[in-house]
Write a protein that binds this ligand. Structure first.
Ligand SMILES: Cc1cc2nc3c(=O)[nH]c(=O)nc-3n(C[C@H](O)[C@H](O)[C@H](O)COP(=O)(O)OP(=O)(O)OC[C@H]3O[C@@H](n4cnc5c(N)ncnc54)[C@H](O)[C@@H]3O)c2cc1C
Length: 457
């Protein structure tokens, strides 16, 4: 009698970010034998064929790291997995089916249906926006490598615009940069870009650092809560010392017609409004039959399975994971990379435990603090109760993230770039026209350029 065909367990991972990549890496290592024998299959669905190491985005915006070193190519590191570039549109977990749109299905208007046995839901978060007039038209986000590089080009381009006009209104709007939100992303992006623009000004005959206005708008009474109150206060002082206008207890009320109107009554002509005022769980979570909490995150157990459901797992920004190390009950782990990476490891292990009928592990990690860069040689840190500022904090930031960026290959490339940048001058040129590569040819061919080749917003 022929042997019964072995059942192949398909693990579907939605998202190729921190959680998606680290879970897949863990699974491909722990299920090596099963993958080889065809008893298991790991499918990673992600809109991009790469994972973005988000903590490096501010340095990419400043030009300290090239865009391709901020990302990790999924196909290259996940050789044991199948990578499907596409977006999960909905999930019917009761039927163990996900609906996926890919570049190919976009052309036909149809959608793929993908069945699975175990589901890992890790689509992360998206920017939390508000219905502020002008924000949708003029706001710039800061979550992707495209946005970081686009912002770099945009800032340099504003300096070029200011340098080439005698109109004071255009010049003022070009040289005023408004950042909304004083968390990691906003403070680091502003710190790095202001530093880069200050440096770039030396190559302009008519733009000085004093001509530029950098404004940080924060609704609460503090910035950078991740490094604690004292270091947050230090950061405000340090930014103000650099002539950056930090406005606490202030909100952006409008940015229509290129005028930023703040809740304290201030108005600024500006062509740059960067929105980094927090994140919210990815909307795809609402297109599933899985339980969400009041803030739209997936309700999870400390073992990282979705609460009350079998064969569904989640972690990272999308998941409400009970913080078992917290003194008060009901606390969830914060949406940050520190938890995402560690949760992914436990999650990967727990899937393997579940497949082997072994007991599950509990996720327990006490937040150890954070490091943040405020520009070249400037930083702030609060780690394991120790408060560090200035150059030592900046150095710690680099060492920490170098140790954390996935794969030896990336580490070596980033280190090489930092070393070269220390030996040579910074490159400060806008390549904004890269965003419209066909513009010149379209003009030559007699057509109308499809995009604004200046790429200004
Ligand atoms: C600029 C910036 C700096 C930061 N710096 C730090 C820092 O210094 N320290 C720190 O601890 N944290 C930092 N963070 C936060 C940290 O990056 C996030 O907490 C972390 O990325 C969360 O991991 P995740 O896997 O949940 O989500 P992500 O890493 O965002 O991954 C989600 C993935 O899911 C994909 N996806 C989305 N929708 C779908 C869909 N429908 N179908 C399939 N795939 C989908 C996305 O494309 C993405 O690849 C920073 C964030 C930003 C934006």
């Amino acid at each position: 009698m022929a042997p019964e065909p072995r059942k192949c367990v398909r693990v579907l991972i939605v998202g190729g970010g921190y959680v998606g990549l680290y879970t897949a890496l863990r699974l491909q290592r722990k299920l090596k034998a099963e993958l080889r024998k065809g008893e298991a299959e790991i499918v990673v669905v992600s809109p991009d064929p790469y994972m973005t190491y988000q903590p490096f985005l501010p340095e990419a915006a400043a030009g300290a790291i090239s865009p391709r070193h901020v990302i990790v190519p999924l196909r290259r590191v996940l050789e044991g997995c199948q990578v499907l570039v596409g977006e999960v549109a909905s999930i019917d977990h009761a039927k163990r089916t996900a609906t996926v749109s890919t570049l190919a299905t976009e052309e036909t208007g149809s959608r793929e249906r993908l069945s699975y046995d175990e589901l890992v839901l890790a689509p992360g978060s998206i920017s939390r926006t508000l219905p502020i007039p002008g924000l949708a038209e003029h706001g710039i986000g800061f979550k992707t490598v495209e946005e970081a590089i686009g912002l770099r080009n945009h800032v340099i381009e504003q300096m070029d615009i200011a340098s080439s006009t005698r109109d004071p209104a255009i010049r003022e709007a070009a040289l005023t940069f408004v950042f909304v939100g004083g968390g990691f992303a906003g403070v680091e992006a502003l710190g790095e870009l202001e530093d880069m623009a200050r440096y770039a000004a030396r190559y302009y005959h008519n733009v000085t650092p004093e001509d530029m206005k950098w404004i940080l708008v924060e609704a609460s009474d503090r910035i950078l809560p991740e490094v604690g109150e004292e270091m947050g206060r230090y950061t405000v002082t340090e930014l103000r010392r650099r002539n950056i206008d930090v406005r606490l207890h202030t909100r952006l009320e409008s940015c229509a017609d290129r005028i930023a109107v703040l809740s304290d009554g201030a108005r600024f002509r500006t062509r740059t409004v960067v929105w980094t005022a927090g994140v919210k769980p990815h909307p795809v979570l609402a297109a599933t039959d899985l339980p969400l909490n009041g803030r739209g995150r997936l309700r999870c157990t400390p073992q990282l399975s979705v609460d009350g459901v079998t064969h569904a797992w989640a972690a990272g920004d999308a998941a409400a994971v009970p913080d078992v190390t917290a003194e008060e009950s009901g606390k969830e782990t914060a949406p940050n990379a520190q938890h995402a990476v560690r949760q992914a490891r436990v999650l990967g292990d727990n899937i393997v435990h579940a497949l082997r009928d072994e007991p599950l592990e509990t996720y327990a990690h006490k937040y150890v603090g954070s490091v943040a860069s405020l520009g070249l040689h400037k930083g702030v840190a609060h780690v394991y109760g120790r408060k560090v500022k200035g150059y030592p904090a900046w150095f710690m930031h680099r060492v920490y993230h170098l140790s954390r960026v996935p794969t030896f290959n990336r580490k070596a490339r980033v280190l090489a770039e930092w070393t070269l940048a220390g030996l040579f001058k910074r490159e400060v040129v806008s390549l904004g026209s890269l965003e419209h590569p066909r513009a010149e040819f379209e003009l030559a061919a007699g057509g109308k350029p499809s995009g604004d080749p200046k790429g200004s917003s």
